[in-house]
Design a protein around this ligand. Structure first.
Ligand code: UDP
Length: 158
């Protein structure tokens, strides 16, 4: 799917997204997923899971040693999350724009973080930031048979 074409020139990509534990606690799951759906992204995989310490360490290995690392690992393993794989043209960059800046102080209104987050750590949602991380993160949380190839009947209207 990362190399398929939807409209001739657009690159079809898959990206990994998960709603952080505070989003489940704040009962914002529907709100957040709704924004991805409205954008025109296709949900090709989705599940609730409680991240293991090992998964969290692997996911955030680039941040090992930073001051926010230990509290981050503790936070993301503190309760269940909702993980998904979203597909669409330029999905990786598109989703990053949709969620907004990591720091809610810098996130524009209209983005998910800009509208719902007040803390950097508890910034509602994670999304892959490159093709390499998307591929790595999807395989860390999803088996091939948990991802679905299907047409969205309204695709031509997006
Ligand atoms: N984070 C934090 N303090 C910081 C920077 C990051 O608690 O100063 C947390 C925050 O939850 C962020 C995650 O670490 O989403 C990963 O950081 P990254 O810079 O990769 O941001 P993201 O890709 O999530 O926007």
């Amino acid at each position: 799917p990362n190399t398929e074409i939807r409209e001739g020139t657009q690159v079809e990509e898959r990206t990994f997204v998960y709603l952080k534990p505070n989003t489940i606690q704040r009962q914002l799951v529907g709100e957040v997923i709704r924004r991805f759906e409205r954008r025109g992204l296709k949900i090709v995989g989705m599940k609730m899971l409680w991240m293991s310490k090992e998964q969290a360490v692997e996911l955030y290995k680039e941040h090992i040693g930073k001051d926010f690392y230990e509290p981050l690992i503790k936070f993301v393993t503190s309760g269940p999350v909702v993980a998904m794989v979203l597909e669409g043209p330029h999905a990786i960059e598109l989703v990053r724009h949709t969620i907004g800046n990591t720091d809610p102080l810098k996130a524009s209104g209209g983005t998910i973080r800009g509208d719902y987050a007040i803390s950097v750590r508890k910034n509602i949602v994670h999304a892959s930031d490159s093709l390499e991380s998307a591929t790595r993160e999807i395989s860390l949380f999803f088996k091939a048979e948990e991802l679905f190839d299907y047409p969205l009947l309204l695709e031509e209207h997006f």
